[in-house]
Design a protein around this ligand. Structure first.
Ligand code: ADP
Ligand code: NI
Length: 201
């Protein structure tokens, strides 16, 4: 990365920090930083534009409709910020393309290795020890029970609906290596948790 690109990465961290500082829904600044660190680890030795990928990782959740009201407005805010930092138009387009296509819900086809890596890093952060912590934090924030015999609206159910499916969806080989460990940990954890809940001592 060029020196001026490194400086833009630092300003972007500050920009994301200011916007996500007070978020406790699992979309906090530390999540963005973990995704940023993970993409750089996953991309070692791969032919990627690490500047575009790093910025996309840092800003990826700023346009999530769980934390902002209007997605288009949020995309514009990111766009203006990057223009203000002097990022070239082609890179801005690539960054916006990545962050608008990677979400789990949208299930869009990805058209770059950078997008695949950012998506992998975001998904890995929903798995394993950190993923378990984030799931129960989300549950607590949304008045959701840990477990219920009567309802599917629980955090345990979220593991079956989403988190245990993420491993199969990982794109890159290195992410699959890390993902396998995290997947296994969630499975082991659920076995213990359900034993505790069901009185299987
Ligand atoms: P991201 O946008 O970072 O990919 P999401 O917005 O889907 O992730 O979710 C943020 C975090 O909240 C994740 O760790 C996810 O597992 C957790 N989460 C989302 N929905 C639920 C739910 N219904 N129950 C428990 N955890 C949830
Ligand atoms: Ni995310």
């Amino acid at each position: 990365m060029k020196q001026n690109e490194k400086e833009i990465v630092e300003s972007t961290k500050q920009f994301v920090y200011e916007q996500m500082n007070s978020e406790t829904s699992g979309h906090d600044y530390e999540h963005s930083l973990r995704v940023y660190r993970m993409v750089n680890y996953l991309a070692e030795g791969l032919p990627v534009n690490s500047f575009v990928m790093s910025i996309a990782a840092l800003v990826h959740d700023l346009i999530d409709t769980k934390i902002i009201a209007d997605e288009n407005e949020a995309i514009q805010t990111v766009n203006y910020f990057l223009e203000g930092e002097g990022v070239i138009q082609r890179d801005i387009e690539s960054i916006l393309e990545i962050i608008t296509t990677i979400s789990y819900r949208k299930n869009s086809a990805l058209d770059s290795l950078e997008a695949e890596i950012v998506q992998d890093a975001d998904r890995l952060d929903a798995m394993g020890a950190i993923g378990i912590a984030r799931a129960f934090t989300f549950g607590g924030n949304n008045d959701q029970l840990i477990y219920s015999a009567e309802s599917d609206d629980t955090t345990v159910q979220h593991f079956y609906d989403k988190l245990l499916k993420l491993y199969e969806l990982l794109n890159t080989e290195k992410a699959k290596e890390i993902g396998m460990k995290r997947h296994q940990l969630m499975q082991d954890y659920l076995i213990e948790l359900l034993a505790d809940i069901q009185g299987d001592y």
